[in-house]
Design a protein around this ligand. Structure first.
Ligand SMILES: [Zn+2]
Length: 108
């Protein structure tokens, strides 16, 4: 099932958010199989069991590439969550996820 993405309370599809992308290949971690376009949601959950957080924001990563019209990029992105340290203390989750992305844009 495609992951629904909500922007300003409205459900949007990948095409609505990135209309100029013809083809995208997104690899997570060491995976050799790219995620399908329909499966690219706004968040990938974190695998840290004590993480109280949101996971990885792939949409922002793609949006930055899209904005700069980049065709290939590899980056370690940081989890947006945190770990509870007891009491009111917390620290940033230290999980990272390697992302490799290739984008083919539509000819304008
Ligand atoms: Zn995390």
């Amino acid at each position: 099932m495609p992951v629904a993405v909500f922007i300003n309370g409205k459900r949007t599809s990948f095409e609505e958010r990135f209309p100029e992308i013809e083809e995208i290949k997104l690899y997570l971690g060491e995976s050799k199989n790219p995620l399908a376009k329909e499966d690219i949601g706004i968040h990938i959950p974190c695998d840290n069991p004590v993480c109280e957080g949101k996971g990885f924001n792939i949409d922002t990563f793609i949006a930055m590439m899209y904005f700069k019209k980049e065709t290939s990029k590899e980056e370690l992105i940081k989890c947006m969550g945190y770990e509870k340290m007891g009491g009111r203390n917390r620290r940033d989750c230290l999980s990272h996820l390697k992302i490799k992305c290739e984008i083919k844009y539509k000819k304008s």
